[in-house]
Design a protein around this ligand. Structure first.
Ligand code: NAG
Length: 291
């Protein structure tokens, strides 16, 4: 009996020690792998394959929000579409309701002025041929509707409401455009309050029959893979484009996750060919923007 018992115990003890060894080796290997990843000696395969995948329709997340929710009344189906990783850009469909779009237009209409651009030498506003629209600013938190929209933008971008500049409302008539530019600043003056601009949410308040796309001429990836490619104007086909649709919001980042400026965020507004373009812009800063 004693001999049998010892026989039985023998192999099982061996099995235990070899599985412990395998486990220990596995832990050591994982640890080694983590250190290599941390030091950047190994990298997870990415770039070329990812930038193609960015335009693969299978990467699009489509979520229908429960219509019973009071907050979402009149906004229709909402879903989010990643359109590019370089720059990082996402379209949120039916971000605003038709009523909210009309509210913003009517609020801004009596105060529209010819748009200016920032002079990079002086930091002051100046008239420009590169930007032929008209526009106005709506103060942050000025009324309940604006506060609701600003809260929604903050939730969408994961950037606090306090980091946002006032909403800008823009109007482009036929032939009006905004040449490609960066939203970040290259001067000291404009970054004193709030620091650099990190991201932008651009909301389309009207449908446009033709033209008026938001174009990213420096975007990487397959620009012709967007579902609306065939509807784009000549200018729109000059880069990765978003076709304006009333209520949709485009979020894009002017800075990379490591807080360096992202030159692939270069973007412009194509000339309107037919129709009337109304849009609203929310620029967001790295730090709190004091108003
Ligand atoms: C880009 O996308 C279009 C549409 O999906 C496809 O026909 C074309 O082959 C793609 N081009 C490249 C270079 O992948």
């Amino acid at each position: 009996m004693a001999v049998k018992g010892r026989h039985l115990r023998g192999p099982s003890r061996k099995a235990t020690s070899s599985s412990t060894l395998i486990f220990a080796m596995f832990i050591m290997f994982s640890f080694f792998l983590l250190i290599m990843l941390a030091l950047g000696l190994l990298s997870i395969p990415s770039t070329s394959r990812d930038s193609q995948k960015a335009h693969d329709l299978s990467t699009i997340a489509h979520n229908s929000i429960d219509r019973g929710d009071e907050d979402d009344e009149g906004r229709g189906d909402q879903w989010v579409e990643v359109i590019s990783w370089e720059p990082r850009a996402v379209v949120y469909h039916n971000f605003l309701s038709i009523e909210e779009c009309e509210y913003l237009i009517n609020l801004a209409k009596p105060h529209m002025q010819k748009s200016t651009v920032v002079d990079s030498a002086t930091g002051k506003s100046k008239d420009s041929r590169v930007r032929t629209s008209s526009g106005t600013f709506l103060a942050r938190g000025r009324d309940k509707t604006i506060r609701e929209i600003e809260k929604r933008i903050a939730d969408f971008a994961f950037i606090p409401v306090e980091h946002g500049e006032g909403l800008q409302i823009l109007h482009y008539e036929v032939g009006q455009k905004y040449e490609p530019h960066y939203d970040y600043f290259l001067d000291e003056f404009n970054t004193r309050n709030g620091g650099q601009r990190i991201a932008t949410v651009l909301m389309y308040l009207s449908d446009i029959e033709e033209g008026g796309e938001t174009v990213f001429p420096a975007a990487k990836g397959n620009i012709s893979a967007v579902p609306w490619w065939n509807e784009l104007s000549e200018c729109g086909k000059g880069g990765l484009s978003v076709k304006p649709k009333r209520g949709d919001a485009l979020l894009f980042w002017s800075m990379k996750p490591d807080a360096t400026l992202d030159p692939s965020s270069l973007h412009g507004g194509c000339p309107v060919i037919r129709g009337n373009k109304w849009s609203s812009t929310k620029w967001m800063r790295v730090h709190e923007y004091k108003v």
